[in-house]
Write a protein that binds this ligand. Structure first.
Ligand code: TXA
Ligand code: MG
Length: 352
């Protein structure tokens, strides 16, 4: 934090106290923050994002030992996770205390809580005082890619926000892991910056991963896409990716092909496609994913072809986001019926 950052924090805190909206960096993605106790500011966040008001916001605060101020009936496991992972990319879903308005939680009796691990976010929260908190979703319009730089926020939200604090590129680059509790069981409601294995290690017990069934190919259907670029995106396993590229090239489509396993040696560069070899290391891939998709969007390809990530626990959050981003494009090999949303899809879409 430089002295200049300090001045900016003072201005940002004053704006928030006056009901303003401030975008701020976290280690995961940029958040769109309102004073959690100011209902008209919270309402503005929903308006700016064009987000349905029954989709709850996460409440961010600075001091993990004050979890009991924001939640009630806190299971021992929640304390263990908070103690170990906060500040960090973990959101806990717990029964809300009376300090959390139901306007923040979309009418639910539970609240998502998180202590972010970023010096600018923590300085801002501390400047709001010990009872201060920011209700903040990711700083993008509903359904779109989360921003991982201040420039992304400005590009997407422009003057709709009162201030954007610039804390550089987010080091995790994917949203937090969301954990809820059912009796004595911890449930991962959204995979993210913290792996299932890391949670299990700290708890010493099994954690249940809810969510989408694994799908190698994501194509047509009527699922609402989320975390999505403008350019239609298809997800293909390594063995069929290049065949699909040749097929689309024959149709005259310009495309970008994003792989983690490198160049297919049998395919020379074609004039209608650009190949982008991403790192095969999931942390690095994850940190660059949204910024890369945004950049590709600017190049106005007809299609983005993405290699399905490895079937490995370390890639679960990346696979989840890519499946949600995948668009629905009819394909002769897949019946439309295969792509109708399952009940499980509907449930999980309600959560994230
Ligand atoms: O990393 C993150 O979590 C980022 C940064 C800014 O903290 N935030 C973020 O917020 O991704 P948002 O609103 O884009 O996604 C949070 C998800 C939402 O899909 C919401 O439905 C879910 O968390 N959520 C929040 N409160 C909840 C609750 N009480 N019950 C179930 N889901 C909840
Ligand atoms: Mg979001």
């Amino acid at each position: 934090m430089t002295p200049n950052d300090h001045d900016q924090i003072v201005v940002a805190a004053a704006l928030l106290r006056a009901g303003g909206i401030v975008a701020f960096p976290t280690e995961t993605v940029y958040g769109l923050g309102a004073d959690a106790s100011n209902l008209s500011a919270v309402r503005r966040v929903f308006e700016i994002k064009k987000r349905p008001v029954d989709h709850p916001l996460i409440v961010h605060f600075a001091d993990s030992s004050r979890l009991h101020h924001w939640a009630r009936e806190i299971p021992e496991q929640a304390w263990q996770l908070a103690e170990y992972f906060w500040p960090g990319p973990l959101t806990l879903i717990l029964p809300r205390s009376r300090h959390v308005s139901e306007n923040v939680t979309g009418g639910q009796d539970t609240v998502g809580l998180r202590v972010p691990d970023h010096p600018v976010a923590l300085a801002l929260l501390n400047a709001l005082g010990p009872e201060g908190a920011l209700a903040a979703p990711s700083a993008n319009r509903f359904g779109r890619l989360s921003p991982t730089t201040a420039a992304h926020v400005r590009e997407e939200l422009g003057d709709a926000v009162d201030m954007v604090l610039d804390g550089g590129a987010c080091k995790v680059g994917l949203e937090s892991t969301i954990v809820g509790f059912n009796n004595q069981t911890a449930l991962v409601l959204r995979p993210g910056g913290i792996s299932l294995e890391a949670l299990e290690e700290v708890l010493g017990s099994k954690v249940v991963a809810t969510g989408r069934k694994k799908q190698a190919v994501r194509v047509p259907g009527s699922l609402a896409s989320h975390y999505a670029p403008d350019t239609p995106l298809e997800l293909w396993p390594t063995e069929s990716l290049w065949r699909r590229a040749i097929e689309l090239e024959a149709e005259g489509l310009r495309m970008a092909i994003m792989t983690w396993s490198g160049q297919n040696p049998e395919q020379p560069e074609r004039k209608n496609w650009t190949h982008l070899a991403m790192p095969a290391e999931p942390q690095v891939y994850g940190s660059r994913l949204y910024a890369t998709l945004r950049r590709l969007d600017h190049e106005h390809f007809d299609r983005l072809l993405i290699e399905t990530p490895p079937d490995d626990p370390a890639w679960i959050a990346i696979a989840d986001r890519l499946q949600r981003a995948a668009s629905c494009i009819p394909d002769s090999e897949v019946k439309i019926d295969d792509c109708a949303p399952s009940q499980e899809d509907r449930n999980i879409n309600e959560v994230v």
